[in-house]
Design a protein around this ligand. Structure first.
Ligand code: C2O
Ligand code: CU
Length: 482
């Protein structure tokens, strides 16, 4: 049997070989974190201080591992993720591995798959990363506050044969709410945010820093992994004249094509992997504009060619496609259809009540309790409050299901399912082209979206809106696969 040291040595060599084999000449520094059996990577939930914006003072935040975002966790597909979370905060926490399929016990959902990791305690998360791609990790308790104070990070699982690029960059996008006195707003669960579009901040950062730019060489090829990591803000990016290739949505490979506007919508929990080929002329500058609120669009970042040395003489062509992840396909033959109607929210309470047997009295009671959303005519008390309600649906193991969703609210909602990767089948009656696999799907007001998946992962799984203020105010349910 190999000792741990020789195993570590082996992993390092292995990682070096992989990097050498797949990277183009301008390989940048990406730290490969290879899990060593028996030695978990220690990550503590703790307070930290960070300067998020050059014109703002450093503020007290909460973090994983003392940095915002938390440490990049990176493994090769098929390797193990092995993390020991220790809690040094004054309240319970957890880590949910967003978008990657894990056994139920590793899903990190307090009151459902584990108890909250209390102050001074630790919890070991250990699972094999079967799926390659860009994922996210974050707590799943008091989420608006914990994520809103800085607790989130990226999990990258490298393909066995990744698309060769010069640099591989992760951008976690989020926002922060500052008060006029230039301190972080300390109120997180605000009823207006809950019943409207969620908690929006007034300082926007990339990896915890305002004003991050992407600079590089003429014709340099960059893989840009975009992560929607805000508690509520939705980004709709526009790369202007640059035509990025999209190669993955929510970590799942798509046949490379030029990104369309919908590929660049990054609601909370959504990810898009792009291949960007920088322009050929030194000094070229491209603005990355967020036009989610079109009348209040702003420049999120810039791509600037600032180096004289070209990465190559000519731009590269279309990138190769990645192999799909080993996801059990949805089978339409015999699939059972489940219907989910989302209602409620400001301006929508009456609509939600309509025909759903809810009277004015129960609606008022619910609003007093800070619950604003209605799923299939029911108010499902949020798990985060420690209330466990019976599953909305019970699914039979290894059967395929269609979940037909309808958004009867006036707000957008990124809807996320745990434990499974689903196929987006149809949107407003139109079949979706090709096989689009996601774990978070974006619903606009009045949208009807059908997703399909094989329920091949046993356990109790959350199904919720990833606008965390909505999740907290009843826009979530549990699906049981047994
Ligand atoms: Cu990213 Cu249930 O969450
Ligand atoms: Cu929502």
């Amino acid at each position: 049997m190999k000792s741990q040291i020789s195993r570590r040595e082996f992993m390092r060599l292995n990682a070096g070989l992989v990097a050498a084999g797949s990277a183009l000449p301008f390989a940048g520094a990406t730290t490969l974190f290879a899990a060593v059996p028996g030695a978990p990577r220690a990550i503590s939930a703790s307070g930290t201080k960070a300067k998020l914006h050059p014109q703002l003072p450093a503020v007290d935040l909460w973090s994983f591992g003392g940095t915002v975002p938390g440490p990049l966790i990176r493994v090769k597909q098929g390797d193990e993720v092995n993390v020991r979370l220790s809690n040094r905060l004054s309240e319970g926490t957890s880590i949910h591995w967003h978008g990657i399929r894990v056994p139920n016990a590793m899903d990190g959902v307090p009151y459902l798959t584990q108890a909250p990791v209390q102050t001074g305690k630790s919890f070991d998360y250990r699972f094999r990363a079967d799926d390659a791609g860009t994922f996210l990790y974050h707590p799943h308790i008091n989420s608006v506050e914990q994520v809103g104070r800085g607790m989130f990070g990226a999990l990258v699982v490298d393909e066995i044969q990744p698309v060769p690029v010069d640099r591989d960059i992760v951008w976690a996008l989020n926002d922060w709410r500052f008060r006029r006195d230039r301190q972080l707003e300390q109120v997180f669960n605000d009823r207006h945010d809950m019943s409207h579009a969620g908690r929006y901040g007034n300082v926007i950062t990339i990896n915890g820093k305002a004003g991050v730019k992407l600079t590089g060489h003429p014709h340099e090829r960059i893989r840009l992994r975009l992560i929607g990591a805000a508690t509520g803000r939705i980004f709709a990016l526009d790369f202007g004249a640059l035509k990025p290739w999209v190669i993955a949505l929510d970590g799942q490979p798509v046949p490379p094509r030029q990104a369309r506007p919908d590929d660049l919508i990054l609601g909370p929990g959504m990810r898009t992997d792009l291949i960007i080929d920088l322009p050929g002329s030194v000094g070229a500058k491209v603005a990355i504009v967020d036009r989610y609120f079109d009348e209040r669009r702003y420049t999120l970042s810039e791509i600037i060619v600032d180096d004289q040395t070209p990465a190559r003489a000519k731009p590269l062509g279309k990138p190769q496609a990645h192999k799909p992840n080993p996801i059990r396909p949805f089978e339409s033959a015999g699939a059972e259809r489940l219907e989910v109607v989302f209602a409620g929210g400001a301006m929508g309470m009456m609509g939600g009540m309509g025909g759903m047997g809810m009277n004015r009295g129960s609606m008022m009671r619910m609003m007093r309790q800070g619950l604003f959303w209605i799923i299939n005519g029911r108010i499902i008390a949020p798990l985060e409050a420690g209330v466990r309600t019976p599953p909305l649906f019970r699914l039979r193991h290894n059967r395929s299901y269609i979940v037909a969703m309808e958004n009867r609210t006036v707000f957008d909602h990124p809807i996320h399912l745990h434990g499974h990767t689903f196929q987006v089948l149809a949107r407003n009656g139109q079949a979706v082209d090709g096989t689009v696999l996601r774990d978070t799907v974006f619903l606009r007001p009045r949208d009807k979206v059908e997703i399909g998946f094989a329920a091949d992962n046993r356990g109790q799984w959350m199904f919720h809106c990833h606008i965390l203020s909505h999740q907290r105010s009843a826009m979530g349910a549990v699906l049981e696969v047994a």
